[in-house]
Design a protein around this ligand. Structure first.
Ligand code: FES
Ligand SMILES: [Fe+2]
Length: 464
């Protein structure tokens, strides 16, 4: 951005555009690099060499969404965050702040906590020989100290090691690199857009996980565009003519931002989400299909103003949306402001580099976090959250993972995620087909996939 643009009041968010393909300085250092913005070499999704480079250059240096604040509401509460064999305990401190502590006993390397829980008395106790730490990581008891050489058990050397830890948007983020830029700098402008959408006030309604035989990048990229809806989710495709469809470029805008972040949302020809022929029908299909983004309470509001109106009439859509804002006001729900910037994003999504997505809609959001499973380039842990904004007095107490469910489990996954998951393992098998060396991206609606890979290459080429 030039100084002139800044002084004339250009929106810093909308001006924070990515610069496109990398030059030789980056590409020469990265195997299977992104030569242009139109193709993705297949090896990026299965090569051990590429995966090892991600382990060395990406994960130890990037901000990662490690937990929701409401996973650890009270002092002593902890939750574990694991990334390819590195485990951290995210621990609520006595003063309400949060620390991320490396999850390993300084004696014989036993992991100190797993899953989530509470450290009673704010003491972390090693299950093997009983050494103890305060929840701030300082050592409080060395059992059998007299049996050790004195210089090996100096308290100042036995504190649990800390990782960087910052909060934004109701999420706790960690970074294993002490020299990394501050969180908000790294999340710009994605976090700023989401803050405007009211995500700070949202809390977990439910949280589930699937383990999928698919590379973490390939899996998340299936959510970077709305263009797959017509084929993958035919029940949601309610457009009557193509001029109103996702493939009309006036209707949907795909924006690659700096720092590898991306967004898609309604384009300039639409004021906000709701250009579909039957707004109420589309809202119900969304609610029934995933219990996220559109929730039952929203359907009640929309139904309450339908009366005898034609629910495909844009006048009905406007009335239904107005009713939603009124409902929030009456119920004491701190929803987002009624601005075009906020409403355009409803039905679209934001990708926060490297591996987190938010799809804010109304006072809700669907969220995805995708990371490698164990040490395998071809498997991922795919987590899904449904967030919503509760009246302050009715906020839930503690968020817990409701479980890890098979990707086909119709009792635990709605139709929409099952339709998406069904593509992922097929893609992972296809990506190794000998007749294909790279996949091809649409310039128009897969540009944020290219942008994510280009940022990844810059990370992999960096001299940390
Ligand atoms: S391994 Fe932890 S106290 Fe011995
Ligand atoms: Fe989908």
């Amino acid at each position: 951005m030039t100084t002139t643009e800044r002084s004339t009041g250009t929106d810093p968010i909308e001006s924070a555009l990515a610069t496109g393909p990398n030059g030789d300085d980056v590409n020469s250092k990265v195997p299977f690099n992104m030569k242009d913005g139109l193709h993705v070499p297949s090896e990026r999704y299965y090569s051990r060499e590429f995966f090892e480079l991600e382990k060395k250059k990406l994960w130890p240096h990037v901000w990662q969404m490690a937990a929701r604040e409401e996973e650890i509401p009270n002092p002593g509460d902890f939750t574990e965050y694991e990334i390819i064999g590195q485990s951290l305990l995210i621990v609520r401190q006595v003063d309400g702040s949060v620390k991320a502590l490396h999850n390993v006993c300084r004696h014989r390397a036993t992991e100190l906590g797993s899953g989530c829980g509470r450290f009673p008395g704010n003491q972390i106790v090693c299950p093997f020989h009983g050494w103890r730490w305060k929840t701030d990581g300082s050592i409080s008891h060395i059992f059998g100290r007299e049996g050790f050489a004195k210089e090996t058990v100096q308290p100042e050397n036995l504190a649990l090691h800390e990782a960087r830890c910052e909060s934004w948007g109701g999420h706790i983020w960690i970074n294993l690199d002490n020299d990394a830029p501050p969180l908000r700098e790294a999340l710009f402008p994605a976090a700023d857009i989401l803050t405007r959408s009211g995500v700070d006030n949202m809390r977990v309604k439910w949280w589930k996980e699937a383990v999928i035989n698919c590379n973490w990048k390939l899996a998340q990229e299936a959510f970077f565009e709305g263009w797959h809806v017509k084929q993958t989710h035919p029940q949601l495709y309610t457009y009557v003519d193509e001029s109103d469809s996702e493939i009309n470029k006036q209707n949907v805008a795909y924006t690659p931002f700096v720092n590898g972040h991306g967004r898609f949302q309604s384009g300039d020809s639409r004021e906000g989400y709701g250009g579909k022929p039957d707004f109420l029908k589309a809202a119900k299909l969304n609610q029934q299909g995933q219990d996220a983004m559109t929730l039952e309470r929203d359907i009640h509001v929309f139904e309450s103003v339908a009366g005898n109106m034609d629910t495909s009439d844009p006048a009905y859509t406007a009335k239904a949306i107005n009713a939603l804002f009124e409902y929030w006001e009456g119920a004491g729900i701190e929803g987002p402001s009624k601005t075009p910037e906020v409403m355009k994003l409803w039905g679209g999504d934001i990708h926060l580099f490297p591996n987190y997505l938010m799809l804010p809609m109304y006072a809700n959001s669907l969220c995805y976090r995708v990371r490698p499973h164990n040490d395998d380039p071809e498997w991922c842990r795919f987590e899904v959250w449904s967030l919503t904004t509760y009246p302050k007095s009715a906020e839930p107490t503690r968020a817990v993972l409701s479980g890890r469910f098979d990707k086909d489990d119709a009792d635990h996954w709605g139709l929409i995620p099952r339709q998406d998951f069904a593509n992922l393992e097929r893609m992972q098998r296809g990506i190794k087909n000998q007749s294909l060396s790279e996949t091809t991206l649409a310039e128009l609606w897969e540009v944020t996939i290219a942008n994510m890979h280009q940022e990844l290459d810059r990370r992999l080429a960096a001299d940390y």
